[in-house]
Design a protein around this ligand. Structure first.
Ligand code: VGL
Ligand code: ZN
Length: 198
């Protein structure tokens, strides 16, 4: 059994003051840094959108942030512009010990498809390559932390469990957006998928 810590989207835009700020998003940084020491493998993900990405409300005339739209791959929340490639908002929180990361996996770079999960884009079929990386290293057990509990952490954890990894989500080291009951829905989906919530 080899374990990895997967740290989801601890980026400036998801922290207070950012474009898609999650309440208390920065409060989890010291605990995540401390947890790194317990894992032989540490992986960071980075939400990484081109300007004008199709998940941005600004790309849909007349649509407001947090409205829903229908994409060819299904329903999609429209977000404020965030994590634009190379921007300060897309950078990791300055307190995060990113030097410790073995791998940084970027997602959401396809202009036409959003990617909440670190494993598959929102069409649920286009792979990011993370599964192959983990299997190549013999990693079987994943602990997930980061932002946001109900979106990118949730979809990453559910996909990982579906792929056969043993997944633990450290809820104390995650924070949620929680729009329209999304956190409660995520928690029941995580339990159904067999993710252990600690
Ligand atoms: C996320 C919304 C849009 C996340 C990323 O990291 O949870 N949420 N892009
Ligand atoms: Zn995004």
């Amino acid at each position: 059994m080899t374990r990895a810590l997967i740290i989801i989207d601890v980026q400036n835009d998801f922290c207070p003051g950012g474009a898609l700020a999650v309440a208390g998003g920065d409060a989890i940084v010291p605990g995540i840094n401390a947890l790194m020491a317990e894992f032989p493998a540490v992986i960071l993900t980075q939400d990484w959108h081109p300007a004008g990405h199709s998940s941005f409300a600004s790309s849909h005339p007349g649509k407001a942030p947090f409205a829903m739209t229908e994409m060819p791959y299904g329903p999609q929340v429209l977000w404020p512009d965030h994590c634009v490639q190379g921007s300060a908002g897309a950078a990791f929180h300055p307190g995060l010990n990113s030097d410790r990361a073995d791998l940084i996996i970027r997602k959401g770079y396809n202009p036409a498809i959003d990617s909440y999960s670190a494993f598959f884009e929102n069409d649920h079929s286009t792979a990011t390559g993370l599964e192959g990386y983990l299997r190549s290293r013999g990693i079987t057990d994943l602990t997930m932390v980061g932002l946001a509990t109900d979106f990118c952490v949730n979809f990453s954890a559910v996909d990982a469990a579906g792929l056969g990894f043993a997944v633990t989500l450290r809820a104390d080291l995650c924070r949620a957006i929680d729009m329209d009951g999304s956190l409660a829905a995520a928690m029941s989906g995580l339990a159904e998928a067999g993710v252990r919530v600690a």
